[in-house]
Design a protein around this ligand. Structure first.
Ligand SMILES: Nc1nc2c(ncn2[C@@H]2O[C@H](COP(=O)(O)OP(=O)(O)OP(=O)(O)O)[C@@H](O)[C@H]2O)c(=O)[nH]1
Ligand SMILES: [Mg+2]
Length: 514
């Protein structure tokens, strides 16, 4: 089955290019370290997923490129053409003369509706080239105007036009000291809208990847290109073909479906984080050897201590003892300590994958109590090595990893909103104060449930949720989660935020218990 990638805005197009490039380099690599037959079926599965073929035999990326300004798209198209290994379809892009000026409302309410038909026609054509469509992979930043605003709009259109296809959104979390003054507004608006229409959001933080470039890749002057190559490597390490069940004789046919089934057991929790190991410069790689037990031990600790790379992990963090709740914060200065998971997927590639012991990931103490731990952990494997690494392991997790970042971004956006800073720039494009409040409410609701205070309500309500694969229907619409919302007035919100939300909720005559 195939995936159509939709690259939106500067960031989305620049990362999208690196993803196809990384996949293509891996595809051509002579380092597969497996049998010829294995390598051929891996390449066939990869091609079907990401590329259609021209008469000349050159793979053509299954992608639609969208930006409101032309520069990045023309650079992206020509870089791909120059690679000689693959290209984009030159009909499959859309751009205009002027960007959205880092204004989410401009992307969402103006450019989105104005260019909907032409963009959706391109998507439709790309989808029709697939014999079997698994779904869509969209790539965008949260902080700009086109990728974030138009990206949110296009995702809604995809949901309407392809109700049974999966949608996975790759979103880039801005640098904490970001260059866009309204990045926190744009991020809050993006996340809350994607939550309604996406099946899952895969989040990469620019700060974390920057650190990987500096500390693991030893890059001195780090550019977006370096950051994007690390992101692309991580994405490739998950999306290249694997066997998704023990003893399977062919590569998984439904990459997005398998991912959602493993990691999104409940529509309330759909934020996914990605880590992989090892990661290092090519020079160091030549002199390094790894053992599976070492890699797996590090990866597990990266998960529970919420570390994005193997360097500097806090080895003190331990799972709670059976029957005991997660211990309170170790010290007032330490943030939430143990990172509880809802579900994890480990992807192993390379030599001797059959013999790897992953028992440490099956430990029920790692997981929330409302899901059977047997269902919470999945393994995908292939003996085919990935991208010059003889052995590599990736972890996609649905966990509490974003709580702190989310608090940070929502808190900053709220502070600006409380003083009405820059709000007029959004209202002039039709995004009203009430819309902002709706978005704050949505995210606070997600944050509260993710923190696990309301595990019991979730447990009761999950019985109403069948794994409605690909329908994208969020049960919040049916009011199933209304008890969660009563927790909005939780302790972590600033008082003014609580009061404003409660007033707002009353006005909308929701039946909240206070
Ligand atoms: N990782 C990464 N982040 C990027 C890249 N380009 C921009 N960003 C981040 O994306 C955010 C800005 O969004 P852009 O993608 O530039 O904005 P846009 O979607 O083109 O929207 P407009 O320019 O407003 O039309 C900031 O947080 C940047 O740090 C990139 O190539 N890689
Ligand atoms: Mg731009």
């Amino acid at each position: 089955m195939s995936i159509v990638t939709v690259q939106l805005g500067q960031c989305g197009n620049q990362i999208g290019y690196e993803v196809f490039n990384a996949i293509c380099n891996d595809f051509h690599s002579t380092h597969g370290l497996c049998s010829k037959k294995e390598n051929e079926s891996y390449q066939d599965a990869c091609k079907e997923r990401f590329f259609s073929e021209e008469k000349t035999g050159v793979p053509v990326a299954r992608a639609v490129l969208v930006d409101m300004e032309p520069k990045v798209i023309s650079q992206t198209l020509s870089m791909a053409a120059r690679s000689g290994h693959w290209k984009y379809d030159h009909q499959s892009h859309f751009c205009q003369k002027q960007g959205s000026g880092n204004n989410w409302a401009n992307g969402y309410s103006v450019h989105g509706p104005r260019y909907r038909d032409v963009i959706m026609n391109l998507v439709q054509k790309e989808a029709e080239k697939c014999d079997r469509l698994s779904g869509f992979f969209t790539v965008m930043s949260m902080a700009g105007g086109t990728g974030s605003g138009m990206g949110a709009f296009v995702t809604q259109c995809l949901r309407d036009a392809f109700p049974t296809s999966f949608i996975l959104n790759q979103v880039i979390w801005p640098y904490g000291t970001g260059e866009v003054i309204v990045q926190n507004y744009n991020s809050v608006l993006t996340l809350s809208h994607l939550y309604q229409s996406s099946d899952a959001l895969l989040v990469h933080e620019n700060d974390a990847i920057h650190k990987i470039c500096a500390q693991l890749m030893n890059i001195k002057k780090i550019s977006f290109r370096d950051v994007n190559q690390v992101i692309a490597h991580q994405l490739g390490s998950v999306f290249q073909p694997t066997y998704s069940s023990e003893g399977a004789s062919q590569y998984s046919r439904s990459p997005l479906g398998d991912l959602m089934e493993s990691l999104v057991p409940h529509p309330e929790f759909k934020m996914l984080g990605l880590r992989n190991i090892p990661q290092m410069s090519e020079n160091s790689l030549a002199y390094s050897t790894f053992t599976w037990p070492g890699l797996i031990k590090h990866l597990r600790q990266m998960l529970i201590a919420n570390a994005k790379m193997e360097e500097g992990i806090d080895w003190q963090v331990r799972p709670p003892l059976p029957g005991h709740p997660v211990p309170p914060k170790a010290s007032p200065n330490k943030a939430l300590h143990f990172n509880t998971s809802i579900a994890n997927l480990v992807v192993l590639r390379g030599k001797d994958v059959q013999s790897v012991d992953l028992g440490g990931f099956r430990d029920p103490a790692l997981y929330t109590s409302w899901l059977n731990p047997q269902e919470a952990f999945t393994i995908w494997k292939t003996p085919r090595a990935f991208n010059k690494y003889e052995k590599s392991a990736s972890l996609v997790s649905n966990s509490q990893f974003l709580l702190k970042l989310m608090d940070n971004i929502v808190g900053k956006a709220w502070n600006m909103f409380a003083s009405k800073a820059y709000v007029h720039q959004y209202t002039k494009f039709g995004i009203e104060e009430e819309d902002f409040l709706d978005c704050f409410t949505t995210l606070e609701q997600r944050r509260t449930s993710s923190e696990g205070k309301i595990a019991q309500e979730v447990k009761i309500n999950t019985t109403n949720y069948s794994r409605n694969k690909g329908s994208g229907k969020d049960n919040t619409e049916n009011g199933i989660f209304s008890p969660l919302v009563s927790n909005i007035a939780g302790i972590l919100l600033p008082q003014c935020f609580k009061r404003a939300l409660l007033k707002y909720q009353k006005k909308k005559s929701f039946s909240y218990q206070s």
